[in-house]
Ligand binder design. Sequence first.
Ligand code: G
Ligand code: G
Ligand code: MN
Ligand code: NA
Length: 250
Amino acid sequence: RAIEADLQQAIEAEALVLHYQPQRRLRDRRLVGFEALLRWPHPLRGLVPPIEFIPLAEQNGMIVPLGAWVIRAACAEAARWPGEQRVAVNLSPAQFRHGDLVHTVADALARSGLSAHRLELEITESLLQEDPEDVVALLRDLRGLGVSIAMDDFGTGWSSLAHLWRFPFGKLKIDRAFITDLACDPKLSAIVATIVGLGRILDMTVVAEGVETEEQARILAAEGCEQGQGWLFGRPMPAEAARRLSAEEW
Ligand code: G
Ligand code: G
Ligand code: MN
Ligand code: NA
């Protein structure tokens, strides 16, 4: 309960922060975007990672105002990047059920002046499992604003293939689970190659998550995977550092 009250207070005080992790084109390592990742600087607990408070915020409904803040903050920050890279924001299923997500996104774009094509919304497969028709309609409305939609953690849910044809995602993010042992097991590179082929046919950009080694990056590039995100290409970093990187790699 103590943590719940603390979190409520932190959200109201806008005391949470976003860190930004680089996303790079594998071919030439060009910086193409950043994923915004929420952090909670807690006076006693230090920098609390999202796994420790997002599930709580999802249970008690705080994720709706918190998620709206994340969208506004990420758009405002990205609007300041000299390199005009894209920003990706994670969405929880509850943000689709409650609150006016389309209005929230449109408002964040209008307030920040960020071009819609520079905003990417990451959703997970679990969202599509719930109520596909309604969700697909909402995703289309979001696309209508000019933003793109990425399927996060691709390959870990079980509705993935069933829903791919229903909705034109701009991007598939291959889950880290397939990348970790990529260099050790040819079965994993076969899976990656299959996802890359699927992305090509469906006209979706494929991004590998959790890329930690040059060997993994080499295999991914050889398989035709377009982009990568992971410690090899940059750790999640505070806003000021991301802004500097954006300028340096313009
Ligand atoms: O590095 P990392 O610990 O930041 O992220 C852990 C998980 O938390 C990821 O699965 C990510 O999708 C999720 N996450 C990070 N930031 C946000 C956010 O702003 N909103 C939501 N809903 N999830 C987030
Ligand atoms: O939204 P998503 O679940 O994909 O969030 C990405 C998560 O993966 C975050 O917790 C982020 O800190 C973490 N992460 C990013 N790059 C790497 C990496 O190269 N290795 C590992 N182990 N974790 C990573
Ligand atoms: Mn993500
Ligand atoms: Na992911």
